[in-house]
Design a protein around this ligand. Structure first.
Ligand code: NAD
Length: 289
């Protein structure tokens, strides 16, 4: 079997068209959606992500600004920046790019994310947004998992009653992904670094989401024939190319659907962010689900 490849770039273009239409509608009411990205330090991957977010925002008519801060910035200064953006009426969405510099403790990082006004939490990482997801209430959904759900939906992958395995339990990807699949009535197993016999768990799944950060860890013989496989991982090889957490060639020969890296989940993550910003500007957090 040769898997149907889920083209994240094409789907992201379609999402951007929807967002652009909403942005035009808002313009008629005199509203220009505004996104503020806070970038502290000089992590090279973060620089690239922030640049692409700003570029894509501009394409759909979202006014994006990046607040650049030095790696030595204090937690207090970061909190002050977030407070200022909370109070700024031109800013509808606030995103603090992670990871924060090494000098910011995990506790302070938590305080900084919690300081974001939940109505502007377009990254969906505030405890209020995560809590709303658990409770099935309206709220912003983290961008990567919501992009993954759109990819499954766009290709008509059935979820209700199916077995889903999410590999990875981070707050940014794994946990919200599992909750979204659960809300769509899948039977969900969350696997992680201490899961016993990971291959056997994955082999049971109709839907596999790999969000680990280990190059090509998921092999062809882990996959149930016909399963839908979403590869969230972004890993740089020593040769400088990007690969996912899934061994693409092997899995493509077995799976029913597969997302590529690059050109899969990455573009959809940014498209979901733009979607969330347009909803925030329209005063509708939670239309995302
Ligand atoms: P993370 O490091 O926070 O979490 C990784 C998870 O993988 C952990 O829960 C851990 O328990 C699990 N894990 C580690 N080793 C494992 C093993 N051997 N077997 C099973 N599970 C194991 O990472 P994250 O932020 O969730 O990101 C995961 C990957 O997704 C990374 O490659 C990251 O770059 C990528 N990512 C991509 C996008 C995108 O837009 N495409 C967005 C976010 C993250």
């Amino acid at each position: 079997m040769a898997a149907e490849i889920i083209d994240g770039r094409a789907l992201a273009r379609a999402v951007r068209r929807e967002v652009k239409a909403r942005v035009s509608e808002l313009a008629g009411r005199g509203v220009v959606p505004g996104l503020a990205v806070v970038l502290a330090g000089d992590d090279p991957a973060s620089q690239i992500y922030v640049r692409s977010k700003a570029k894509m925002a501009a394409r759909v008519g979202i006014a994006a600004r990046t607040v650049r801060l030095p790696a030595e910035v204090s937690a207090g200064d970061l909190l002050a920046v977030v407070e200022r953006l909370n109070a700024d009426e031109a800013v509808h969405g606030i995103l603090v790019q992670l990871p924060l510099p090494a000098g910011i403790s995990p506790e302070d990082a938590g305080r900084i994310l919690r300081a974001i006004d939940p109505a502007k939490d377009v990254d969906g990482l505030h405890p209020a947004s995560l809590g709303a997801l658990v409770a099935g209430e309206p709220g912003f959904v983290a961008c990567t998992p919501s992009g993954c759900m759109r990819m499954l939906a766009a290709h008509g992958v059935p979820i209700e009653g199916k077995r889903a395995v999410v590999i990875g339990r981070s707050t940014i990807v794994g946990k919200p992904m599992a909750l979204l699949l659960l809300a769509a009535h899948a039977t969900v197993t969350v696997c992680h670094s201490r899961t016993a016999d990971l291959k056997a768990r994955v082999r049971e799944a109709d839907i596999v989401v790999a969000a680990v950060g280990r190059p090509q860890m998921v092999r062809g013989d882990w996959i149930k024939p016909g399963a839908a496989v979403i590869d969230v991982g972004i890993n740089r090889t020593p040769e400088g190319t990007l690969v996912g957490d899934v061994h693409f060639a092997e899995v493509a020969a077995v799976a029913g659907h597969l997302t590529p890296v690059p050109g899969g989940v990455g573009p959809m993550t940014i498209a979901s962010l733009l979607h969330n910003v347009s909803l925030a500007a329209a005063g509708r957090p939670g239309g995302a689900r």
